[in-house]
Write a protein that binds this ligand. Structure first.
Ligand SMILES: *Cc1c(COP(=O)(O)O)cnc(C)c1O
Length: 387
């Protein structure tokens, strides 16, 4: 069906909660996607860090193919091998405790919020300005952005917002604090790494009062920053982390992973989800794990991330280049217009997180040649900005 036909259906029957680009994508492979007319695009967004393994990775496709004709869903009233194996893999690759599965990032944070509240009944949850934790009520209440929150008040009570500075955070944490929830690198608000000093202060403050430190690794996890988890590069170990986006190799799955201390807070009946951890998505996630939890690939992510940032720094018009691994952003005038031009003029998929910020989240299987190609395309897009 043509783009015009899809737009007519959208106008009549789709809730207008998204501002879509006028582009119909029909197929993907690796770092490339193709539109309805057969044009090829270099994808530097990966479905917002979902396709870390690239589009339609053969190992994920094979795992899904084998599982979809065998067993797709049984609920959590029964055992399936993919769910148990994935839980073991997630826990042993990170905090060593236990895993709760869900279907999205927001749901992973909901699980974390309920867990820390149960661990310290009535306790406050401290978050920082610039955070994004999702769109459901609990996750939205942890997302201190006026435009996202205001239309939906009243929100869930008990959230405290502070500046992302060590002193402010230390001052906000007291005996009635249940948890501090942080993204090691703030993604949706423009790729802003929190300082190691802030993360250490959060760890110390939580230890001082027996609160839980929770890292939202929904965007930073699964290899995005050049280690399987971003916390590994900070020297700070949280009590729990949340993951989703890239976990399923393109399929929807999220998870809360705890350390030892919070492993047995939930009891039967405390929390649940019909679809969560089903054999189909768990099989896809196990295949994605095999691809991403690989020292060679992770070294390449660190190397190519530096190549990308170094290259961007040589481009006139790209300011304040920042990020870690292949989670990168730069500042430029009129970022949304540049991202629109990128589709039609250079056939490259970029993302604007704000009026002046361009974010790059390429598939982690990207090559050095493709990074250089991306830089050439972005350089040409920036040329008129500088003229
Ligand atoms: C994307 C994202 C979420 C929300 O995930 P959904 O799957 O869209 O609910 C939460 N936190 C962070 C850091 C994210 O990047």
């Amino acid at each position: 069906m043509s783009l015009a036909a899809l737009q007519a259906i959208e106008a009549a029957h789709v809730v207008p909660s998204y501002a879509r680009f006028p582009l119909e994508l029909v197929r993907g492979a690796g770092t490339r996607v193709w539109d309805f007319d057969g044009n090829e695009y270099l994808d530097l967004l990966s479905g917002i860090s979902v396709l870390n393994v690239g589009h339609c990775h053969p190992a994920v496709v094979e795992a899904v193919r084998a599982q979809v004709g065998t067993l797709t869903h049984v609920t959590n009233l029964f055992y399936t091998e993919p769910a148990m194996r994935l839980a073991e893999r997630l826990a042993t690759s990170s905090l060593g405790g236990k895993v709760f599965f869900c279907n999205s990032g927001a749901e992973a944070n909901e699980a974390a919020l309920k867990l820390v509240r149960k661990a310290k009944p009535g306790g406050e949850i401290v978050v920082v300005h610039g955070a994004f934790h999702g769109r459901t009520y609990g996750a939205l209440s942890a997302t201190p952005q006026e435009s996202k929150q205001a239309p939906f008040a009243p929100l869930v009570p008990g959230f405290v917002v502070v500046a992302p500075e060590p002193e402010a955070l230390e001052a906000a944490v007291h005996s009635g604090t249940a948890a501090v929830l942080l993204e090691p690198i703030q993604g949706e608000t423009g790729v802003h790494p929190l300082s190691d000093e802030l993360l250490r202060a959060a760890r110390a403050a939580c230890d001082r009062v027996g609160a839980a430190l929770v890292f939202d690794e929904i965007q930073t996890g699964m290899g995005r920053t050049g280690t399987l988890w971003a916390y590994e590069q900070t020297g700070v170990v949280p009590d729990a982390l949340t993951t989703a986006k890239a976990l399923g190799g393109g399929l929807p799955i999220g998870a809360l992973v705890t350390g030892e201390r919070l492993a047995d807070v939930f009891a039967p009946g405390d929390h649940g989800s019909t679809f969560a951890g089903g054999p189909l998505v768990a099989s896809a996630a196990l295949a994605a794990f095999d691809v991403l939890d690989d020292p060679e690939l992770l070294a390449s992510v660190r190397e190519l991330g530096e190549r990308l940032r170094d290259g961007l720094r040589t481009l006139p018009g790209a300011g304040d280049v920042r990020g870690r691994g292949l989670m990168v952003a730069f500042e430029t005038a009129e970022a949304p217009a540049l991202v629109r031009r990128a589709l039609s003029e250079e056939r490259v998929i970029l993302n604007a997180t704000g009026p002046s910020t361009v974010r790059l989240l390429p598939p982690l299987i990207v090559t050095a040649q493709e990074i250089d190609d991306a830089l050439a395309r972005i350089g040409r897009l920036l040329a008129p900005v500088n003229a």
